[in-house]
Design a protein. Structure first.
Length: 432
C-alpha cells in the first residue's frame, strides 16, 4: 500500500509541475549533423529557450524490416547477444564516437552524448529525453507488445540506459503507432494492416508498457533522488483513438501531439499541413484545434498535452484550383514536388531553406491564411504550392495552447530553425 501511495504522490507532483511550467520542447535529430547545406549539432540548440530537448531516435531489439539497410545493420550490431526488447542506442557513431569538440564534463565517450552531457551541466533545469521509435523504427514495438516479458525487459533496460547516460531525465516513447497506422502497419494495405483483435491487444499493451516503464523510473528515483519524466508522442485522428488514455495517462508526464503532416506530397490532395484552425476550406475538416479536442474527448488530460509545431513545409507541383489567395478544400496537384531541401527527400522543405531560397526573387508569393493561422508559398508560373509554418503561425499556436490550458508547445525538429527564430517566438510567447 505504501508503494502505491508513493507512486501516486510522484505522479501527482509530476502533473503539477507540468501545469505550472509551460513546456517549450524540441526534437533533436541525430542525423542532421551530416546535412551539408546546414549541419546542426548539439551546440546549435538554443537551450536557454527550451525546457525539453528530445533526442531522436533510439530503438529496441526486434524486427526493423521497414528501416534502411544502414539502420538494420546498426540495430544488428547493437543487438548482438541481447534479448528481444532490449533498449539500444542505434547510431553509436553519432551518439558516442564523432568528435564534436571538447567538453568540460568527465564522460568516457564523445559524440552527441558528450555534448548533451555538457549541455545538461550548463543548463541543469533542461530536461533531455531519449526518444525510442520514430517513423522508421517503430516496428519492434508491435512485436514486443505480444510479449509482456519483453515489455518488462524494455522498461528495465531503458531505465538502465538513462542511468548509464545520466544527462537524460526520463524516457520518451515515439511508437508510431499503437493499433497501426505506421510504416509497417498501414490500414490501407491489406498485407500490413492490423486486425481488430491486434488493435485491441495493442491498446492494452500500451497501458502495460507505460505502467512498467513508470515503475522502473520510480525505482530509479528512489535510488538517485532525481525526478524522471515519461512522455509519449501522440498521432492525430484514429491514431490517437487506439490508446486507452484514461488508463495510460496517469503514468505519463507529457504527451506530444504530432499536429502536423495532415497533408503531404504522398497524395494529390493539397493544402495546409499544420494549420491551427479547421475552416470550411479545410481538407476533410482537419485542423490542430479539431485533433486536440478529439484527444481531450478521448481522455488525454489537457494539462499534459503539448501542441506540435512544424519547422518544415510540404510542397506540391501541378497544383490546380488555386488563384493564389486562400487554399480551398478541393485543391489538388499532380503530385509532390520533385525537389526539396534534401534531394533524397523531395517535397520536404526545412524552414531555413524556404526563408533563403523560396522568395519573391525566385517567383514565390507569400500568403497567410488568417482564419486557419497558416502561411503558404505559391509560384504561379511553376504551379507550386508549399505549406509551412513561420513566426506568425507558431505564435498563434502558442497563444491558443495557453488559452486552451495545454501543457505547452514543441517542435519537430530543431534543425529546421538553425537561427533560433521560431524557438524564440515559442519561448517568449509561452513565458509571457
Amino acid at each position: 500500500m505504501r508503494k502505491l501511495m508513493l507512486a501516486s504522490a510522484i505522479l501527482a507532483s509530476t502533473a503539477v509541475h507540468a501545469a505550472d511550467t509551460p513546456v517549450v520542447g524540441g526534437y533533436f535529430a541525430d542525423w542532421q549533423y551530416t546535412n551539408e547545406a546546414n549541419p546542426y549539432v548539439v551546440s546549435d540548440i538554443p537551450a536557454d529557450k527550451l525546457t525539453h530537448v528530445i533526442y531522436a531516435f533510439l530503438s529496441l531489439c526486434g524486427p526493423h524490416t521497414g528501416a534502411s539497410e544502414t539502420v538494420q545493420a546498426q540495430v544488428a550490431a547493437a543487438c548482438e547477444g541481447k534479448a528481444p526488447g532490449t533498449a539500444i542506442v542505434v547510431d553509436t557513431n553519432s551518439a558516442l564516437e564523432v568528435d564534436f569538440g571538447e567538453v568540460e564534463v568527465d564522460v568516457p565517450y564523445q559524440g552527441h552524448f558528450a555534448q548533451l552531457a555538457q549541455l545538461k551541466a550548463d543548463h541543469p533545469d533542461l530536461v533531455i529525453l531519449p526518444s525510442f521509435g520514430g517513423w522508421t523504427m517503430s516496428e519492434p514495438f508491435h512485436e514486443m507488445a505480444k510479449h509482456p516479458e519483453q515489455m518488462d525487459h524494455f522498461a528495465k533496460t531503458a531505465a538502465e540506459l538513462i542511468t548509464q547516460y545520466d544527462f537524460f531525465g526520463g524516457i520518451d516513447l515515439d511508437w508510431e503507432y499503437p493499433g497501426g497506422g505506421g510504416l509497417t502497419t498501414s490500414p490501407w494495405n491489406e498485407a500490413t494492416k492490423l486486425s481488430d483483435e491486434q488493435i485491441a491487444a495493442e491498446r492494452d499493451a500500451f497501458t502495460y508498457l507505460v505502467k512498467a516503464i513508470r515503475a522502473e523510473l520510480d525505482r530509479l528515483e528512489s535510488q538517485t533522488g532525481r525526478d524522471y519524466e515519461l512522455s509519449t508522442a501522440v498521432g492525430v485522428g484514429f491514431k490517437a483513438q487506439n490508446i486507452d488514455w484514461v488508463s495510460a495517462s496517469p503514468y505519463l508526464t507529457n504527451m506530444f501531439a504530432m499536429t502536423y503532416d495532415y497533408l503531404g506530397g504522398w497524395g494529390s490532395q493539397t493544402g495546409h499541413h499544420a494549420n491551427l484552425h479547421a475552416t470550411e476550406r479545410s481538407v476533410w475538416g482537419m485542423g490542430s484545434d479539431v485533433f486536440i479536442q478529439q484527444m481531450i474527448d478521448a481522455g488525454l488530460p489537457k494539462e499534459k498535452l503539448v501542441l506540435g509545431a512544424a519547422f518544415y513545409g510540404r510542397g506540391w507541383e501541378g497544383t490546380s484550383n488555386f488563384d493564389g489567395q486562400l487554399p480551398l478544400a478541393d485543391m489538388v496537384s499532380t503530385g509532390g514536388t520533385s525537389f526539396g531541401t534534401n534531394p533524397s527527400e523531395p517535397a520536404y522543405f526545412m524552414f531555413w531553406d524556404l526563408v533563403r531560397n523560396y522568395t519573391e526573387e525566385q517567383g514565390y508569393q507569400y500568403g497567410y491564411d488568417e482564419e486557419s493561422q497558416a502561411p503558404f508559398l505559391w509560384n504561379a508560373d511553376k504551379q507550386v504550392f508549399i505549406t509551412f509554418e513561420d513566426e506568425r503561425s507558431v505564435e498563434a499556436k502558442v497563444e491558443w495552447a495557453k488559452e486552451k490550458g495545454l501543457a505547452g508547445v514543441f517542435t519537430w525538429e530543431l534543425s529546421g530553425d538553425p537561427e533560433g527564430e521560431l524557438v524564440e517566438v515559442m519561448f517568449e510567447t509561452a513565458m509571457e
